[in-house]
Design a protein around this ligand. Structure first.
Ligand code: 2AM
Ligand code: CA
Length: 265
């Protein structure tokens, strides 16, 4: 059994502290559903508060490391070789609607290369973590991507572009191509958890376009350390494009080939 390194332990502790806060706030969000104003303002405060907790914990334990955070953006550190990529609440729309499926995602880069990741499924109390060459783990269970070999047997997860996001036509075409070739398609609304579940073999593959670096960083390490691939769909720099294809190669490669055939325009 592998134990998380001191740095991953710090990331897990930061996620635990923020999760405690989100669980409390989620209870309040459930009450606010029936209020006329709705919970939107409350949720953005919860989001920022969770980020503050994570930032404070991590910067105390690893002073000088840089940050890229969904709410605050980039925070330069004196240590130029390390950077945390933080999404304090991935699956905000689920949270807002009282759906108990959202996560905290904390990735770590060293010299610009992804090295470690923690994804916390807040309401299921599941902590996924991975570190380069140490494997991917759910608590102390080693994770492995699914063993299915045929696309026709695969359960695939994706993300539907939300209101205000581009790429809706392209997504529609991709979906109609993919759903003819796979066993089923799911959409759960938290990119970080989609990747964690691919790492755990619960889902066979995942694709989504236009994600942010903090959505993907931790989950990409999880999938790779679980024996799968997590890459840019067109072969570019994953964190720069945010167009992700992830899963075991026997499934993700043919799925990627299908996606590449769909015209962008
Ligand atoms: P969020 O909940 O933190 O906004 C849903 O398909 C996934 O897409 C979620 O992980 C969601 O993260 C992310 N997402 C939603 N809007 C986005 C945007 N404009 N840019 C990047 N990622 C986004
Ligand atoms: Ca996100």
């Amino acid at each position: 059994m592998s134990r998380p390194s001191p740095t991953v332990s710090v990331m897990l502790d930061a996620a635990r502290a923020a999760a405690k806060r989100l669980v409390r706030d989620f209870g309040e969000v459930e009450n606010l559903q029936v209020s006329r104003k709705g919970p939107a303002d409350f949720v953005s405060t919860a989001d920022r508060k969770a980020e503050e907790i994570i930032h404070e914990k991590l910067s105390k334990a690893r002073p000088g490391y840089g940050f890229l955070m969904e709410e605050t953006g980039a925070v330069e550190g004196s240590d130029k070789s390390h950077r945390f990529l933080v999404d304090p609440l991935d699956g905000t729309l689920n949270f807002l609607h009282g759906l108990p499926h959202f996560s905290i995602s904390i990735g770590l880069e060293r010299e610009g290369v992804l090295r470690a990741g923690v994804v916390c499924d807040v309401m299921r109390n599941e902590y996924f973590w991975a570190e380069t060459d140490q494997g991917a783990w759910l608590e102390n269970r080693r994770l492995k991507v699914a063993a299915r070999k045929k696309l026709v047997d695969a359960l695939v997860v994706t993300g539907i572009p939300q209101l205000g996001k581009s790429g809706k036509d392209r997504f529609g075409k991709e979906l109609s191509v993919v759903m003819e070739e796979v066993s089923g398609v799911r959409r759960h609304g938290s990119a970080a958890l989609d990747l964690a579940w691919v790492a755990a073999g619960r889902l066979d593959a995942y694709w989504e376009r236009g994600l942010a670096p903090w959505d993907i960083a931790a989950g990409a390490v999880l999938v790779r350390e679980a024996g799968g691939m997590a890459e840019d769909i067109s072969g570019g720099d994953l964190l720069a494009t945010g167009d992700v294809i992830a899963g075991p190669e026997p499934i993700a490669l043919p799925l990627r080939a299908l996606l590449r055939k769909v015209p962008a325009g």
